[in-house]
Design a protein around this ligand. Structure first.
Ligand code: SF4
Ligand code: SF4
Length: 385
């Protein structure tokens, strides 16, 4: 298997935007500069997916990467959105369109996207796994794997029933390592047991671990004054022996500069440093309200009948809860603007739970909506205009 020499991968799911309300409005010139620096520093792994950025991630990677660099100088990973399929033919058509959108005739890494219980059934119902194995035989897929947000027991079942999968993409970060809902450690151990290399997604938990409560940040800075909080998080995941790539959804040059600098000649965490972040995880768990990673499955794989911008509102709610200034709330202003732009508001939720069925973090979204209403809508004078 052709895993890259350097463990950092570019996750094209949080690219720089020209308009923060529009996921399709990607700032391509800015992205190209970031891609250039990423490659200049010797990194090669690029990860995209069918539905990222309102279906615009793959064509943008085609433009910013594939059309600008020799095909053998980078590796492309993309995924089959089994959750969205209604027939075998639809899957076949998507596979062909992905090659077209990316401008490639083979994929270095190809994944069944989000192999949870329901999606596994869909993949079997529409014969997607045999189809992808045929594509591997034909050379259109070099390495076949799947991403998984389900628990360790289910992951063990999938790997036992399908031993030909070559790698697994897992959500691993120090906050979720011992979290019973996510089971990062247990899932990692299942992969080790099956001898499957791991690619890590959400090492910074959708940005949550980039900014920590003051007391925790202070402690980590005392240990390593020159490390950012995101560095601690990415280093934790990359230090695991069976991890071959850690994806980072880099949204600006500053993040790219930081990530590529310390990952260029990566040195794993010491035992003492590992203990420090795992202790920090215990404390952080007490402070974060909603453990949303911003993966957007609830708005892209499913679609809310009320047009509620679930991840955007959860991110606002979480930062609102960590707010220290009493006199000003940018979060409430952003919230009011989203609503004024025609998006549904938390109080429109009819508790249909469509979103919850696809949420990899198992968040009880419909139960949070009334709390969001109280925090973001009640007593928000901007909502009245
Ligand atoms: S439960 Fe609420 S937020 Fe979720 S899809 Fe239904 S209406 Fe939308
Ligand atoms: S609520 Fe769940 S599915 Fe939606 S963005 Fe957050 S983690 Fe992803």
């Amino acid at each position: 298997m052709n895993f890259p020499e350097k463990k950092l991968g570019f996750g094209f799911m949080r690219m720089p935007l020209l308009n923060s309300d529009d996921q399709a409005a990607i700032d391509v010139p800015q992205l190209e500069k970031m891609v250039d620096k990423f490659f200049e520093r010797g990194f090669t792994y690029c990860d995209t997916a069918w539905m990222y950025h309102d279906f615009m991630s793959e064509p943008t990677v085609g433009k910013a990467v594939v059309s600008r660099y020799p095909r053998d100088s980078f590796t492309i990973a993309t995924k089959m959105p089994v959750a969205m399929l209604h027939s075998h033919e639809e899957g076949v058509e998507i596979f062909e369109k992905q090659k077209e959108k990316l401008g490639v005739d083979y994929f270095d890494f190809y994944l069944v996207h989000d192999m949870g219980r329901a999606n596994y059934e869909n993949a079997k119902k529409y014969d997607m796994i045999p189809f992808l194995r045929e594509k591997k035989e034909a050379g259109e897929i070099r390495c076949l794997g799947f991403s998984c947000h389900d628990n360790a027991e289910f992951l063990d079942q999938v790997l036992t029933e399908n031993p030909f999968f070559e790698f697994v993409q897992l959500q691993i970060n120090y906050l979720d390592w011992e979290n019973e809902g996510i089971q990062s450690r247990k899932c990692y151990e299942v992969c080790v047991k099956h001898n499957k290399p791991v690619i890590v997604m959400e090492p910074v938990k959708g940005g949550t671990l980039a900014k920590l409560p003051d007391a925790i940040e202070k402690r980590l800075r005392e240990a390593r004054p020159d490390w950012s909080m995101a560095q601690w998080a990415i280093r934790f995941a990359a230090s695991l022996e069976n991890v071959k790539v850690v994806l980072s959804g880099m949204s600006n040059e500053e993040q790219l500069e930081d990530n590529t600098t310390f990952m260029k000649d990566f040195v794993p965490l010491t035992d003492e440093e590992t203990k420090l972040v795992l202790d920090a995880a215990e404390e952080i768990r007490q402070t974060i309200a909603i453990p949303c990673t911003g993966c957007r499955y609830c708005v892209e794989e499913s679609s809310c009948p009320k047009g509620i911008l679930i991840p955007n509102y959860f991110a606002l709610y979480n930062t609102e809860k960590l707010r220290t200034r009493e006199d000003w709330s940018p979060e409430k202003e952003y919230y009011a603007n989203f609503v004024k732009n025609g998006n549904g508001k938390a109080s429109d939720c009819i508790a249909c739970k469509k979103c919850e069925r696809v949420c990899p973090q198992h968040i009880k979204i419909s139960e949070w909506m009334p709390k969001l209403k109280v925090e973001m809508e009640d007593n928000n004078y901007l909502m009245a205009e």
